[in-house]
Write a protein that binds this ligand. Structure first.
Ligand SMILES: *Cc1c(COP(=O)(O)O)cnc(C)c1O
Length: 387
């Protein structure tokens, strides 16, 4: 195999370029087949879609490995499947996991409802003071899990600090990089061991697929593949093909998400209807400095806290015409949701307050429309607040 190209856009489109023969299709065909002919008298070379060795699955694994600068990568049937298998690849009964407190609600459910049953102990650490990691360390701590660019306040966790901390202890650092994508951050370059994605979001980018991915060293990827084969959360070939198509435009989509993000956040920060804007590209954000060191772009996710709390938020949501009220993120269309009813619905009022998630907090996933039109839609909805 040839060396991967240097640029992220080229990597997303070609992976490792393979020489083509005359009449080869330019675009990968969809191998919509569960099974493949196999050699007589040998288990070697058996292709079966649950094993993750269907050509459509392999093609996107290679692309993501190139983008993340990883030895290997593998796609699974959902982000949750990827999160579960990545953790089970490094944790065993009796082990302890130090998890950031700022994580996706589904991941918190996985830890609380399942890991406990498997004998894996989980502590939640408030990353706002880095010393908290060492304070909650146990003798049987084996891994640290964080999200980079967190939901919904877009906090940026200092993964350089955590990589040093984990290396010193000989434990694994797992980073869910769904919000940043390899265009804005490549956690392995910062010393992380495993990168996890909900490919449902930016990697596919068109709100039409559920998928997940893990990128890491080859032994970890081999173990994730073994776990996927045994537990069964493989990705369907057609979904994999859609992800391959989505990946080709990842770089240009992220460029637009980044500029729409900063433009929208700057506009909202100056608006009289807005109490606070959470966007790491604004100097007023608590992680502006860490963000500048860690990220190549600040992304398309913005937290918006309105004056007037939950009532104001409801009124604005009802007034939006172009922007759609729906959970999820990372697609071409702008979506807005209320984290307390979606990603963070498992938290109590007390826990929401502790995490700084106000009653009227809205989370905006800026799409790649013309940002003037998105702003105009919000402006109209904000005007109704005054009347
Ligand atoms: C959506 C999401 C997940 C879960 O991914 P699915 O593809 O819905 O299973 C995990 N982590 C983060 C940060 C997410 O946004």
């Amino acid at each position: 195999m040839t060396k991967p190209p240097a640029g992220l856009s080229t990597k997303a489109i070609h992976g490792h370029p393979h020489p083509k023969s005359v009449s080869d299709p330019v675009v990968s065909p969809i191998y919509q087949s569960s099974t493949f002919t196999n050699p007589i008298g040998s288990p070697e070379g058996v292709l079966y879609t649950r094993y993750g060795n269907n050509p459509n699955q392999l093609a996107i694994g290679e692309r993501l490995a190139a983008l993340e600068g990883a030895e290997g990568a593998i796609f699974l049937g959902s982000g949750m499947g990827a999160t579960a298998m990545a953790h089970l690849a490094v944790l065993h009964p009796g082990d302890h996991l130090l998890s950031s407190d700022w994580i996706y609600g589904g991941t918190r459910r996985l830890f609380n409802e399942e890991f406990h049953r498997l004998g894996i102990d989980v502590s939640y650490v408030d990353p706002s003071d880095p010393r908290n990691w060492r304070r909650q360390l146990k003798k049987h701590s084996r891994a640290v899990f964080v999200e980079i660019v967190t939901n919904p306040l877009m906090r940026v966790v200092d993964i350089d600090y955590l990589a040093t901390f984990c290396r010193e202890l000989g434990i694994s650092l797992l980073v869910d990089s769904t919000f940043s994508t390899p265009i804005n951050c490549r956690p392995l370059e910062h010393g992380a061991d495993i990168v996890i994605h909900s490919a449902t979001k930016y990697l596919n980018g068109h709100s039409d697929v559920i998928a997940g991915a893990v990128a890491s060293d080859q032994p970890v990827i081999d173990e994730v593949r073994r776990l996927m084969t045994v537990w069964g959360p493989a990705i369907d070939p057609h979904q994999a093909w859609l992800v391959e198509r989505g990946l080709k435009t990842l770089s240009v989509r992220m460029e637009r998400h980044n500029t729409n993000g900063i433009t929208f956040a700057s506009w909202a920060a100056d608006h009289p209807a807005v109490e606070q804007v959470w966007y790491p590209g604004l100097e007023q954000h608590p992680d502006y400095e860490v963000g500048t060191q860690t990220l190549d772009g600040f992304g398309g996710m913005v937290g918006l806290e309105l004056k007037g709390g939950a009532d104001a938020a409801r009124s604005v949501l009802e007034g939006l015409r172009l922007v759609t009220h729906a959970p999820s993120l990372g697609g071409t269309e702008t979506l807005v949701s209320m984290p307390r009813f979606t990603s963070h619905s498992a938290l109590s009022d007390e826990e929401l307050k502790e995490q700084g998630i106000a009653d009227g907090l809205m989370r905006v996933s800026l799409g790649i429309e013309d940002v003037e039109d998105i702003i105009a839609d919000f402006e109209t909805a904000f005007e109704q607040l005054r009347s």
